[in-house]
Design a protein around this ligand. Structure first.
Ligand code: ADP
Ligand code: MG
Length: 229
């Protein structure tokens, strides 16, 4: 069997130090196979974002093992973490668009292309991604002139333009109206089927839950249910 893109073993995570030290993740072990849509659920403060950012190499692994695309993150060098992050797509609640860049330029940031270095092919890829997300007529707009939902879709385009192997999304549809939220998730699912992209998403939207291949529920830093362990 091919190696799973995400493999977590006996993961613990703590915030703070000394008396204030508080455990946020308790002995989580999970294997997520290639190509599916996995949903993380659970009440606020249950550890969903912490787990997602640990998998995304955005937070140092303190205890246990997290292997992503064959790379062990516990003890990994910053260089290998940077290389790994380039193979991932992130869609987080705060869309973090650059206010001084147009929609197309923001999407090009997903290719780590800055200024004049970008090629015709890269600009075409960025434009194509914006088209798919229904923003063809907004390519030259600055974020200040886009609605919340449109900004969120630019952030989705930026995350996907590099053809990431894994997409990590933290409530990506919260700022979207229902229909465009579901279109985004349908697109992620289609990309899972067509080229094996693996998506892990935090959401509470019942209609998105229906599209999931697997639903993992966290409570107080522990996995309390898993539809497909
Ligand atoms: P969720 O995303 O499920 O709402 P989080 O992963 O953000 O939960 O938080 C899990 C727990 O860790 C919570 O108790 C939260 O208060 C705590 N926590 C998260 N981030 C930090 C941080 N940067 N510093 C201290 N505690 C944190
Ligand atoms: Mg969260």
């Amino acid at each position: 069997m091919e190696q799973a893109p995400i493999r977590v073993r006996n993961l613990n995570h703590y915030f703070g130090a000394g008396e204030a030290r508080k455990q946020a993740i308790f002995d989580i072990s999970l294997t997520i196979v290639r190509g599916g849509l996995t949903i993380l659920m659970g009440p606020s403060g249950s550890g969903k974002t912490t787990l997602l950012t640990l998998i995304g190499a955005l937070r140092e692994v303190q205890e246990g093992s997290v292997v992503v695309l064959g790379q062990e993150l516990n003890g990994a060098s910053e260089t290998s973490l940077v290389a790994l992050r380039r193979r991932l797509g992130f869609i987080f609640q705060a869309h973090n668009l650059h206010e001084s860049l147009t929609a197309t330029q923001n999407v090009l940031m997903g290719l780590e292309v800055h200024g004049k270095g970008n090629t015709v092919k890269q600009r075409a890829a960025a434009a194509h991604m914006l088209d798919i997300l229904g923003l063809a007529d907004r390519r030259t707009y600055l974020p200040a002139n886009l609605s919340g939902g449109q900004k969120q879709r630019v952030a989705v385009a930026r995350a996907l333009v590099s053809n990431p192997e894994i997409v990590l999304a933290d409530e990506p549809t919260a700022a979207l109206d229902k229909d465009s939220g579901h279109n985004v998730v349908r697109m992620l699912k289609a990309m899972g089927q067509s080229r094996g992209m693996t998506t892990v998403m935090v959401t509470h939207d019942p209609r998105i839950l229906e599209m999931a291949d697997r639903i993992i529920t966290l409570e107080e830093g522990r996995v309390v249910s898993d539809t497909n362990p």
